[in-house]
Design a protein around this ligand. Structure first.
Ligand SMILES: [Ca+2]
Ligand SMILES: [Ca+2]
Ligand SMILES: [Ca+2]
Ligand SMILES: [Ca+2]
Length: 486
C-alpha cells in the first residue's frame, strides 16, 4: 500500500480541525459544569454585594442618626449659649443699679432649658462645687496681675515656678531670683521661650518651666470647669482623680487670664473717664456740687490719681492723696511716692477745700458706679468682683489679713442686692481705712467676662455636644473671645 492509498482510506485532517474536534469531544460536558460554578460565584458575589450594600445602607442610616443627634445636641448647646449671651447683653444695656446680684440670678434662670430636639445645661464649678450658669472670670485672680505672694498660696506652688510664671509674663528677659527666662528654655531644648507679655489663657501656664498639667488642671483634664465622668472615676481613666464628686481644678480653679474691668456704668452709659470728663458732666452724672467736681477734676488730671483715693469721701484731701503714696497697689513704688509727698507738702490743697463738703455715701457710690480712671481703650485687667469672688480667692488675696477676707464675706452676705460699689465696703467696721485705700486696685463690683460651658443633649439618642465660649459683655453686641466645641 502506497502512501497515496493510505491518504484515501484515512483522510488526513488539518491540525486545526483536529484540535476543534478534540475540544468538542472533551469540553462539552465540562463547560456545563463551569457554567454552574460561574453562576454560583456570580450569585455569591451578588450576595456579598447586596449584603455590603445593606451594611453600607445600615451604617449610613446609623451615621445619619448620629449626625442628626449631633446636630440636635449641638443646637441645644447653641441655644443655651445664645440665651446666656442675651442675658449678659441685657444687663450691659439695662443694668440693675440697685442689685448687683440680678444678673447672676438671670444667668442661673437660663442655665437649663430645652428645645423640641434636645436640652442644654450650663454649669461651672466654685471651689469644687457644681453651680448653675457660666463662670464669672472676675471671681478668680488674674494671672497677669497675681503677685508672687498670692501665687505662693496655690497648692503645690514652689518658689522657682512662681518666679518663672512672673518671668513668663514680664516684658524683660532677666530672670527673677529662681525664675527662668529665654536662655533657661533653650537649655532645656525647648523651641519656645517666655511670652514676655500677658498670659492669654490658663492653659498657657503649662508652657512655663516647671508648671505641669497636673498642677495647672488638677482633675479638670479638659479645662472645661465641669466634672466629667473620667474626672471622677479614680484611675479607671485619665486623669487620676479622687472620685469624691467634687472638681479639684488645680490652679485653674483660682486663676484666669481673661478678666478685665467693665467700662459700662450702673446707668448703662459708658463710664465717665475722669481724666477727660468736664466738671459739668461730673455734676450731672454723680449729683455732686460744682466745687466737688472741680476738685475731682484737678485731682484726676494728676498721673498718680487712683480711684481708691476717693474712698474716704474726703475730696478736700485728694490733692494730698494724689501723690503716689499707695505703694501696695502700684507695685512697690511706695518709697518714691512717700518722699514725693513729704517734699511737696499739701497745705494749699487743704486750705482751698476747707469749706467743700465731703462726698456723702450716695455720691460716693455714684462716682464708683459711673466713673473710671482706666484708659477706655485699655480696661485694667484683673480686678476681682467682691460679689462673686470665691471664698478661696479672698483667702488668697488677703492671705496676710484674714479679718478683711471675712469682713467682705460677711458684708456681701448681709446685702440681698450685693455690694453695689466699692465705697460700700466702708460700711464694714472691720475693713480698716488703710485696707480700704488699697482695695480699689484689687476689687470691683461688676464683671465683664464670662466663660459659658453649655452642654447640649439630643432628645432622640442622648448624644452630647459641649460648647465652651468666652464672652466679653463690655460692648454690644457682646464679643466672643474664644469658642470651642467638643
Ligand atoms: Ca520676662
Ligand atoms: Ca472637666
Ligand atoms: Ca480618672
Ligand atoms: Ca475630686
Amino acid at each position: 500500500m502506497t502512501f497515496a492509498d493510505l491518504q484515501h482510506r484515512v483522510p488526513i485532517l488539518p491540525i486545526e480541525e483536529l484540535m476543534i474536534r478534540h475540544l468538542q469531544t472533551r469540553r462539552r460536558p465540562a463547560s456545563r459544569g463551569s457554567a454552574i460554578v460561574i453562576v454560583i460565584w456570580a450569585v455569591a458575589i451578588a450576595a456579598v454585594i447586596v449584603a455590603g450594600a445593606q451594611m453600607l445602607a445600615f451604617r449610613q442610616a446609623t451615621l445619619g442618626r448620629e449626625a442628626l443627634a449631633k446636630v440636635e445636641a449641638r443646637w441645644a448647646a447653641r441655644a443655651g449659649l445664645e440665651e446666656t449671651i442675651a442675658v449678659l447683653e441685657y444687663h450691659t444695656e439695662k443694668p440693675e443699679a440697685d442689685d448687683a446680684r440680678q444678673i447672676f440670678r438671670d444667668l442661673e434662670s437660663v442655665a437649663d432649658g430645652s428645645l423640641e430636639s434636645g436640652e442644654w445645661s450650663i454649669r461651672h464649678s466654685e471651689d469644687g462645687f457644681e453651680k448653675k450658669g457660666p463662670q464669672d472670670e472676675s471671681s478668680k485672680i488674674n494671672l497677669n496681675t497675681i503677685s508672687k505672694t498670692q501665687l505662693a498660696q496655690l497648692s503645690g506652688m514652689s518658689i522657682d515656678v512662681s518666679d518663672a510664671i512672673v518671668d513668663f509674663r514680664d516684658v524683660d528677659n532677666s530672670p527673677g531670683m529662681m525664675g527662668a527666662e529665654n536662655e533657661f528654655y533653650k537649655n532645656r531644648g525647648l523651641t519656645y521661650g517666655p511670652r514676655n507679655a500677658d498670659f492669654r489663657s490658663v492653659a498657657e501656664l503649662e508652657l512655663v518651666l516647671g508648671a505641669f498639667p497636673e498642677s495647672v488642671r488638677g482633675e479638670d483634664a479638659n479645662l472645661n470647669g465641669r466634672l466629667d465622668p473620667n474626672e471622677n472615676d479614680r484611675s479607671e481613666s485619665e486623669p487620676a482623680d479622687d472620685a469624691d464628686g467634687m472638681l479639684d481644678a488645680g490652679w485653674s480653679g483660682y486663676v484666669t487670664a481673661r478678666s478685665h474691668a467693665l467700662q459700662v456704668g450702673a446707668s448703662g452709659e459708658p463710664k465717665l473717664y475722669l481724666k477727660d470728663a468736664s466738671p459739668e458732666e461730673m455734676v450731672e452724672r454723680f449729683s455732686i456740687s460744682t466745687e466737688q467736681a472741680a476738685l475731682i477734676k484737678t485731682w484726676a488730671a494728676t498721673t498718680s490719681a487712683r480711684m481708691e483715693q476717693l474712698l474716704s469721701g474726703n475730696v478736700g484731701n485728694l490733692s494730698a492723696q494724689s501723690q503716689p503714696s499707695n505703694g501696695r497697689s502700684s507695685g512697690g513704688t511706695g518709697g518714691a511716692g512717700r518722699s514725693g509727698r513729704s517734699s511737696q507738702g499739701n497745705g494749699s490743697g487743704n486750705q482751698r477745700t476747707s469749706n467743700v463738703p465731703n462726698l456723702d455715701q450716695n455720691q460716693l457710690r455714684r462716682v464708683f458706679q459711673e466713673a473710671t480712671l482706666d484708659d477706655p481703650a485699655k480696661p485694667a485687667p484683673g480686678r476681682i468682683n467682691v460679689n462673686t469672688a470665691l471664698p478661696s480667692v479672698l483667702r488668697i488675696i488677703f492671705a496676710d489679713d484674714p479679718i478683711t477676707a471675712d469682713a467682705i464675706m460677711t458684708l456681701r452676705n448681709s446685702k440681698p442686692g450685693g455690694v453695689l460699689a466699692l465705697s460700700d465696703l466702708s460700711q464694714s467696721s472691720r475693713v480698716s481705712p488703710d485696707t480700704l485705700a488699697r482695695l480699689g486696685g484689687i476689687l470691683d463690683t461688676q464683671s465683664a467676662v464670662f466663660t459659658i460651658t453649655s452642654r447640649g443633649r439630643s432628645a432622640s439618642t442622648g448624644l452630647e455636644v459641649e460648647i465652651t465660649a468666652v464672652v466679653d459683655r463690655s460692648t454690644l453686641p457682646a464679643r466672643i473671645l474664644e469658642y470651642r466645641e467638643q
